[in-house]
Write a protein that binds this ligand. Structure first.
Ligand SMILES: [Zn+2]
Length: 143
């Protein structure tokens, strides 16, 4: 990790504090482009937007996929106050962003929560695959 990495991470931590001050969960992220400039910043707004997907990493991954060409996205780094959750990690993979640098690990985050804190992720049951002959029809030939 370089001095620039630490500087950008400190900004992500500031954004996390701003999210909390605004009534949202304490997470913030930014994108630093190939030339080292900040391209975009986001804060968690899942409470004020009443949107469980309003994580800063997801918003930035969507922005990157929309606004950056592939080469620029691959050379862009996301700095984020906590390691991205599974939802955001999936979006980052699809965005083409080349690198993620985070401050808190999931284990460190868990250690900072109260013992009785409400979980934010719930297990669910899953069944499948099923109906292959029908389900393949709209897919076959698309890719
Ligand atoms: Zn997330």
């Amino acid at each position: 990790m370089t001095g620039d990495d630490e500087r950008f991470l400190r900004r992500a931590i500031e954004l996390a504090a701003e999210a909390r001050a605004g009534g949202n969960p304490p997470f913030g992220s930014l994108l630093a482009g190939p030339d080292g400039g900040i391209l975009a910043e986001e804060r968690n707004t899942s409470v004020t937007d009443a949107d469980i997907t309003a994580h800063p990493e997801l918003k930035l991954a969507r922005w990157a996929a929309r606004e950056l060409d592939r080469a620029t996205a691959a050379a862009t780094t996301m700095y984020t106050s906590c390691r991205p959750c599974g939802m955001c990690a999936g979006a980052i993979e699809r965005s083409g962003l080349g690198r993620v640098v985070y401050a808190l690990s999931p284990e460190q985050l868990a250690s900072l929560k109260s013992p009785g804190a409400t979980p934010v992720v719930f297990p669910f049951s899953e069944e499948g695959p099923a109906l292959f002959d029908e389900a393949r029809v709209p897919v076959q030939g698309y890719y």
